[in-house]
Design a protein around this ligand. Structure first.
Ligand SMILES: NC(=O)c1ccc[n+]([C@@H]2O[C@H](COP(=O)([O-])OP(=O)(O)OC[C@H]3O[C@@H](n4cnc5c(N)ncnc54)[C@H](OP(=O)(O)O)[C@@H]3O)[C@@H](O)[C@H]2O)c1
Length: 243
């Protein structure tokens, strides 16, 4: 039977490429996007490559969209095999320096609303459908910016890059990954966090070394894990990362 996947923020960047690569594996991919025009454009592009994709309006910070998407998936497919939590924002004023003393509360709240609360709310809403899958896979697209180990290590390239709102939201997402994997350890569902690397997207900038195709690799491989694959991990290209 055809597997069903949902990718959030699938209209561009790593999310678009993730959707494309999953659809190329003959998976039916639901393209979550908050802007209808952007989502439909992505759907059209991928259908132009003969890929089986369907756009769904999904702003992950809107509970009504989450409920609607859950109902649509339940009615049309009855189950969900793969959830890739990719959608996120970077709202800090710069990647450089440490803005912990001045970051506006609104920036912190808006970042957490999407990168953390929206992702948790969507995942909780879809879990009953993922539990109906024979081999559910949840992939949280995180970032090495969320790693305590990287921020504590003076020799790490990230040490001087401490945008607090974005980094803390990814740390919270990592904790969500650990707790959810633990809660589901007796099931056939695997929950893992991916670091895509530094990728040429709106968040990563044009200076990044990796293309979106390359950046999608880690998330796609975690979405396609075999039954004996890991759960509760944080990795990039098969290499475990410290939390
Ligand atoms: N690029 C990197 O170097 C890098 C490194 C580490 C981790 N990541 C992670 O990779 C993931 C993808 O980011 P990207 O680099 O591909 O950046 P991107 O091109 O800016 O894509 C972000 C996507 O998230 C969507 N989004 C934002 N808020 C949303 C909301 N409330 N509801 C639904 N969708 C929403 C955006 O939609 P709109 O087009 O409507 O804004 C867009 O589709 C993110 O989780 C990011 O943190 C990226």
């Amino acid at each position: 039977m055809t597997k069903i996947a949902l990718v959030t923020g699938a209209n561009k960047g790593i999310g678009f490429e993730t959707a494309k690569q999953l659809a190329q594996q003959n998976i039916k991919v639901l393209l979550g996007a908050r802007n209808e025009n952007d989502g439909k454009r992505a759907e059209e592009k991928l259908r132009g490559h003969s890929l089986d994709v369907t756009y769904m309006k999904l702003d992950i910070s809107h509970s009504a969209d989450i409920e609607n998407v859950r109902n649509l998936i339940e009615n049309d497919y009855g189950t969900l095999d793969i959830l890739v939590n990719n959608a996120a924002v970077f709202l800090d004023s710069s990647w450089f320096g440490n803005n912990i003393e001045t970051v506006p509360m609104q920036i912190l709240r808006d970042t957490f609303d999407i990168n953390y609360f929206g992702t948790v709310e969507l995942t909780q809403a879809l879990l009953p459908l993922i539990k109906k899958s024979k081999a559910g896979r949840i992939v949280n697209i995180s970032s090495v910016s969320g790693s305590f180990a990287a921020h504590l290590d003076e020799s790490h390239w990230l040490f001087d890059l401490k945008p607090y709102a974005y980094s803390a939201s990814k740390t919270a997402l990592n904790q969500f990954t650990v707790f959810l994997a633990d809660a589901l350890r007796e099931t056939n569902i695997k929950v893992n966090a991916a670091n895509p690397g530094w990728v040429q997207t709106s968040i990563g900038s044009e200076q990044a070394p990796l293309t979106p195709q390359e950046g999608a690799r880690t998330g796609v491989s975690l979405a396609l894990l075999d039954d004996d694959g890991p759960t509760g991990t944080f990795s990039q290209d098969g290499e475990l990362l410290p939390w």
